[in-house]
Design a protein around this ligand. Sequence first.
Ligand SMILES: *[C@@H]1O[C@H](CO)[C@@H](O)[C@H](O)[C@H]1NC(C)=O
Length: 178
Amino acid sequence: MESARLLKIILVLTLCLGLEAKEYTRCQLTRELLKNNLFPRTFLSNWVCLIEQTSDRNTSAFVEKSLRRKYYGLFQIGSEWCKEGKKGGKCDITCESLLDEDIKDDAQCAQRVFDLEGFKYWPKWEVRCKGQQLPDIEKCPDWVYIPSRASPPRDKRTLRGRRELRRARRHLKMNLLI
Ligand SMILES: *[C@@H]1O[C@H](CO)[C@@H](O)[C@H](O)[C@H]1NC(C)=O
């Protein structure tokens, strides 16, 4: 009886841990980023490079450099952007939410970091990605497959296209400033 309960607890714990941490392959990561339409395509290989260099594509990567300088998740977002235990920081999210498997909020926060500080926020992007050979994500099967499947109606498509173009331009401008 007692051991059955223990087994159940262990099972639940294992399941929880399994759900919390994930290490993507390059193409899985590309797929996730494409699926949620999280970044403009033009710069996706830069984001993939950044993630590979900063967190090894590990959604629960956590680095504590000091009490006030901690870095969370896939994008290794610093503690000034979030708050431990409750929503807060410059992204108005909990730091814990940057460590789970749901990468949508991570990406939204990373986009905000980018909008305010550019890729130069991530020193590893500057050293390992900027002007370097970027990951060849166009070889990933979803590069072609995802957009055609999620193809929106024509009017929405142009609207989204325009939004994406604006975003891409902003990206480009930031890139030139760096
Ligand atoms: C992912 O990061 C966490 C926290 O730093 C670490 O405990 C875990 O071992 C990493 N996973 C892999 C597969 O390296």
